[in-house]
Design a protein around this ligand. Structure first.
Ligand code: ADP
Ligand code: MG
Ligand code: ZN
Length: 555
């Protein structure tokens, strides 16, 4: 059977050879194994089930959460002569009925369905009349509570499989599996972990960087001017941010499109089309944009605010450079964004998921503060052990010299210990800089010997330095609504003088300035938040969210 694979790749898809992992995945499926295929976005996962679907008798079912893309995927298959169709909520009852009847007649090689469909007992019944050799579970991390995009309807997949008269084999596909998620997928879909096909996560053509301490808008405009011939995506945290930035860029005569869930279907489709066909060079969007988008010549992907976790970040950033040419992935980091993300997590998650989401957020923050290779940081996050510095990311190419900050680190660490290791970052910074803040005085922190020992620095700078110490594993965080910091074993070594700490010359981290297009929105939000008084007054909020966030605040 396997001999047919390469000729089919060439005749139907027009590619001359397989990419890393594809052959192995196809072989595993054809052998009859349940398998899991973990490849980065753009790695070519679809082929891993499409070619087996052509070779095996009957109809392969593809479960996918991406309703808006099913049509494109199916159209693409039909165009190369592969009979395929999809069933989801965009169809009328009659259309869905007709397709199911045709599927029962065996007219399709591939049938794409949304997971919600599996909640219908009638549909499960219909499946019993089809010959189904293979079930492909796309975006398989959606099945795991540990994943970043858990969808309860994915849990129906197991039931579907059990109901089938002939047990089909399964292939799970994902780009974002940490070892824990991978394990979960394997358990839930009864995949032997030995049948894992995992390709390296490194994307050699991407260079990552984190920009701190600069006026975001100015940076962005300069960047766009320098790269005006190229296509790129700018991700913003909220719909409102997208709209504001979109208008602002239009004023600069930039050929920009926008995309977020608050727009009508038709407009969204039109904007997406303008970007995909190069009529618009810049796409400003929320994370609603991009899943499965196949535009190969995206040269840069900029995150205007901190993404909520590494999985989302790598997936979104990975949309750049699918054609293999050098591309840039940039996060414009402002420490204030962390507060907003924390707040959103606090409001929207149940208790059990909250700690986990906060930990993921912290790793994203660590990414922004690390001084080691960013690509390596990402690879370690996804469980790759043996890596080398990439030599191209912002940190690898940073020419600023490192200075010895052991003494400053000791000041912070000893202050944390003197405060009893049960307070947060901000109040620690205030104690170190000798703030007269009520909370500081009320707690009697003025009497500590470390009170004010860093008073030549601003609270923001010290706060930023603490974040750096966290990213270096010298301080650790106990997550919760009010996270507290404590000294790690490695931090103790620094206190004892057994280990030194080096840091590159610091960049000044600025507050959001008036010229920032999000300034007004930010100010409004702070007011609202202060009114509600849910949050201690020393927490500074950023421009990240607002309308969305305010909507969530108790009235
Ligand atoms: P993923 O689902 O892993 O994100 P896709 O399956 O959408 O990736 O494939 C990404 C791109 O790579 C598509 O444009 C696809 O046509 C292309 N591609 C897949 N396999 C090959 C191959 N063997 N050779 C060349 N291009 C390929
Ligand atoms: Mg895919
Ligand atoms: Zn690097």
């Amino acid at each position: 059977m396997f001999e047919q694979a390469l000729p089919l790749l060439q005749s139907h898809f027009g590619y001359s050879s397989f990419r890393t992992g594809q052959e192995q995945a196809i072989q595993s499926v054809l052998t009859g194994n349940n398998s899991i295929c973990v490849m980065p976005t753009g790695g070519g996962k679809s082929i891993c089930y499409q070619i087996p679907a052509l070779i095996l008798p009957g109809t392969t079912i593809v479960v996918s959460p991406l309703i808006s893309l099913m049509k494109d995927q199916v159209d693409a298959l039909i165009q190369v002569g592969i009979p395929a169709t999809f069933i989801n909520s965009s169809l009328s009852f009659q259309e869905a009925y007709d397709r199911i009847q045709a599927a029962k007649q065996g007219e399709y090689k591939l049938l794409y369905i949304a997971p919600e469909r599996l909640e219908s007992p009638e549909f499960i019944e219909d499946l019993k009349y089809m010959e189904i050799p293979l079930i492909a579970v796309d975006e398989a991390h959606c099945i795991s509570q540990w994943g970043h995009d858990f969808r309860p309807s994915y849990r129906h997949i197991q039931k579907m499989i059990q109901m089938m008269p002939q047990r089909p084999r399964v292939i799970a596909l994902t780009a974002t599996a940490t070892p824990r998620v991978r394990e979960d997928i394997c358990n839930l879909l009864e995949i032997d972990e030995r049948n894992t096909i995992i390709t390296g996560f490194e994307r050699e053509n991407l260079s990552f960087s984190v920009i701190k301490g600069q006026d975001r808008l100015k940076y962005l405009l300069d960047y766009l001017k320098k790269n005006d011939k190229e296509a790129g995506i700018i991700y913003a945290a909220t719909r409102k941010n997208v709209d504001i930035l979109y208008e602002r860029l239009r004023k600069e005569n930039i050929n920009v499109a926008r995309y977020h869930a608050g727009m009508g279907d038709a407009e969204r489709a039109r904007e997406q089309e303008r970007f995909l066909t190069d009529q618009a060079s810049v796409m400003v969007a929320t994370s609603a944009f991009g899943m499965g988008i196949d535009k190969s010549n995206i040269r840069y992907c900029i995150h205007l605010q901190l993404p909520k976790n590494m999985e989302s970040y790598y997936q979104e950033a990975g949309r750049a450079g699918r054609d293999g040419l050098a591309s840039e992935c940039i996060v414009l980091y402002s420490p204030q964004d962390v507060q907003i993300q924390r707040f959103l997590i606090d409001q929207s998650s149940d208790r059990t998921r909250m700690t986990q989401e906060l930990e993921k957020l912290q790793q994203m923050v660590d990414y922004c503060h690390t001084e080691s290779c960013l690509q390596e940081f990402i690879l370690h996050y996804f469980g790759e052990a043996e890596t080398e510095p990439c030599g191209r990311c912002g940190n690898c190419t940073d020419e600023r010299t490192s200075i010895d900050v052991t003494k400053e680190a000791q000041m912070v660490l000893s202050c944390v210990i003197r405060m009893g290791q049960r307070f947060g970052k901000n109040i620690t910074a205030q104690v170190l800089t000798g703030s007269k803040n009520k909370k500081v005085t009320e707690m009697g922190f003025e009497r500590l010997s470390t009170y004010g020992i860093m008073k030549d620095k601003s609270t923001k700078d010290v706060s930023d330095f603490i974040e750096f110490l966290i990213s270096q594993d010298l301080l650790a965080i106990e997550q919760g609504t009010f996270p507290t910091i404590y000294v790690s074993p490695k931090g103790k070594e620094v206190l004892l003088g057994n280990q030194q700490v080096h840091r590159r010359e610091t960049v000044q981290v600025k507050q959001v300035s008036k010229s920032d297009p999000l300034f007004e929105e930010l100010r409004e939000a702070r007011k609202r938040i202060a009114e509600v008084e849910k949050v201690p007054p020393f927490v500074i909020f950023s421009d990240a969210s607002l309308k969305d966030m305010c909507a969530k605040l108790p009235k």
